[in-house]
Design a protein. Structure first.
Length: 301
């Protein structure tokens, strides 16, 4: 495979605000991490923004393929951009878990700050081949978007699950030498390894993070490392992961659980209420509490 030649730059956005790449670098230098929180609706967006604004910390809003389809590919960007411009606040949007080059291309064209091509189910060679297409397209259109890769299977659920997904094991965790080759051959901007993490919350406890493996990978690739599937992981392990080199941390399931629990409770107690924004207010507040706690954890607050 031909290696891609990439010149890494850190352009300022048109309004003078730092780029996402610069905020991630600053977090790394300070031994912190930036929170990435998935949303499915406007309540989720306000929950994430309000928590980040109250704590004066940059934040990433994530939308998976399904979430983008529900909100709208371009509409999600417009919503986040409107908040960024109105409040002059460092809130960014990521096209989370895109499974084809076409979905990556569409997200880049729509103006996302970050895009993940998830080729974890492919062979490493196939994953790199498709990843290279994504990187080359982003550079071709001169987009400042960050391109992230995922290597090593960590499951695909964003639910509470009974058992660790089949295929998730220490044997399938990302090897440092594979991470190094992947980076050198594709020119990616960020990397999500399999290091004992799984998507979703496992009843009985999530697998233990392989902190030593994070350190080994960080030693061989000098780009941000991203922890996916952080829901259900104990706080102390999260702290250890940050100290080992994790710069961005993804949460989704814990927010969904908080939303649905609060929503069910409100509807049960207020069965005659029919105004949507009144019904969903407590659910939004429940998500905001989760985001607030996670941001405090990532920043040692």
């Amino acid at each position: 495979m031909n290696k891609v030649s990439v010149v890494f730059v850190t352009p300022k956005t048109s309004n003078g605000m730092k780029t996402l790449k610069e905020y991630i670098k600053k977090a790394e230098e300070e031994g912190k991490a930036i929170g990435h929180f998935n949303i499915s609706n406007i309540e989720g967006l306000w929950a994430v923004f309000n928590a980040a604004k109250n704590l004066s910390t940059p934040v990433i809003v994530g939308v998976s393929e399904g979430e983008r389809d529900a909100i709208g590919l371009k509409q999600a960007v417009a919503l986040v951009k409107s908040i960024k411009e109105e409040y002059f606040f460092p809130i960014f949007i990521n096209a989370d878990h895109s499974y084809t080059f076409e979905r990556v291309r569409d997200a880049i064209d729509a103006g996302y700050d970050m895009v993940i091509f998830d080729g974890a189910k492919l062979s490493m060679e196939e994953n790199m081949r498709e990843m290279l297409r994504c990187v080359e397209y982003a550079r071709k259109v001169s987009s400042p978007v960050l391109i992230e890769a995922e290597l090593g299977f960590i499951g695909q659920s964003s639910k509470i699950i009974d058992v660790i997904p089949e295929g998730v094991s220490e044997e399938t965790q990302t090897k440092p030498e594979d991470a190094k080759k992947f980076f050198e051959d594709t020119g990616i901007d960020a990397f999500a390894p399999s290091i004992g993490n799984v998507h979703g919350i496992v009843r009985g406890g999530n697998p233990k993070l392989n902190i030593e493996r994070i350190k080994q990978i960080k030693e061989v690739i000098d780009i941000p490392l991203v922890l996916h599937g952080a829901s259900g992981i104990p706080d102390e392990e999260i702290k250890s992961a940050i100290n080992a080199g994790i710069s961005v941390i993804h949460f989704n399931t814990e927010l969904r659980v908080a939303y649905m629990s609060a929503l069910r409770e409100y509807i049960t107690k207020n069965s005659d209420e029919s105004t949507p924004y009144k019904i969903t207010k407590t659910a939004m507040e429940a998500m905001q509490k989760v985001v607030d706690a996670k941001i405090r954890l990532f920043n040692g607050l």
